[in-house]
Design a protein around this ligand. Structure first.
Ligand code: IPE
Ligand code: IPE
Ligand code: MG
Length: 246
């Protein structure tokens, strides 16, 4: 049974997904891990298309962490090959569908040609006004926070910022997500229940949803189901629910 998409007013403004379980998906089928990553790209396409069709404002996908470089060289190379083809093959569709594409993460460690592709995707979609699709690629929240702290410290040193004026908003403006609202919903597939260095600052009041589905099996219907689950969560942001206020 496919559930209906929640009303626009009950949709999260920003959904972020930790796409996990490609390796286990492949193992279950006695396939090499690489096959799981290939199937994972198909799931990315499904979910991006679903987000656009639904009219979601912001979708962020955790594609490669700053710690994923620790994996065997062959796996990293295969993943980089998949990113190359995704960024190169899908950009036209994203341009046409009015998607604004961003990539957050360190750009110092990736190959020059990938960096050029990333810049090209961002440039070609910069004027688009539809769904903001952001890939966290070579991303680590601790690195991001340390870089923001460095930026703030530099401004203080140059005499441009008074330390007394450093508020959460001032700090957040130095993060890689400064142009995006904080995620309302963070989904992690594959049954793992952790954030693995993803959007640690921005997750302050996110609803967390852990599903057992392995990423390559995560379908449009499951995405819609996750949006429905979110629409029934009560968010209080530290205050009281309206009915509890006398
Ligand atoms: C997620 O799947 C993809 C990346 C982290 C790049 P995994 O490769 O982590 O799959 P599992 O967790 O080993 O099943
Ligand atoms: C998190 O998955 C990173 C991505 C989904 C890109 P991992 O598979 O790398 O996380 P851990 O190692 O299980 O925490
Ligand atoms: Mg994993």
């Amino acid at each position: 049974m496919t559930s209906a998409v929640p009303a626009q007013t009950s949709l999260p403004r920003h959904v972020a997904i930790i796409m996990d379980g490609n390796g286990r998906w492949a193992k279950k089928r006695h396939l090499p891990r690489a096959a799981g990553h290939v199937a994972g790209v198909a799931a990315v396409r499904n979910v991006v298309r679903a987000a656009i069709d639904i009219g979601l404002e912001n979708l962020t996908l955790y594609a490669f962490s700053s710690e994923n470089w620790k994996r065997p060289r062959t796996e990293v190379n295969h993943l980089m090959g998949l990113f190359r083809s995704y960024f190169c093959e899908d950009v036209n569709e994203l341009v046409e569908r009015n998607v604004r594409m961003r990539i957050i993460g360190s750009r110092d460690r990736v190959a020059i040609d990938i960096r050029t592709m990333i810049e090209d995707c961002e440039r070609r979609t910069a004027a688009n006004t539809g769904c903001n699709v952001t890939f966290a690629f070579d991303y680590g929240a601790q690195e991001e926070i340390a870089a923001a702290a460095r930026a703030v410290a530099e401004e203080v040193r140059r005499g441009e910022l008074d330390p007394a004026r450093i508020t959460p908003a001032v700090f957040a403006a130095r993060l890689l997500t400064s142009e995006l609202p904080d995620p309302d919903l963070i989904i992690r597939t594959s049954g793992e229940r952790r954030l693995s260095n993803f959007l640690l600052w921005q997750a302050a009041y996110a609803e967390l949803l852990f599903v057992d589905t392995l990423w390559p099996d995560f379908s449009r219907a499951q995405f819609i189901e996750a949006l429905n689950t979110f629409s029934h969560r009560e968010r209080r942001f530290g205050a009281l629910a309206p009915e509890a206020v006398a």
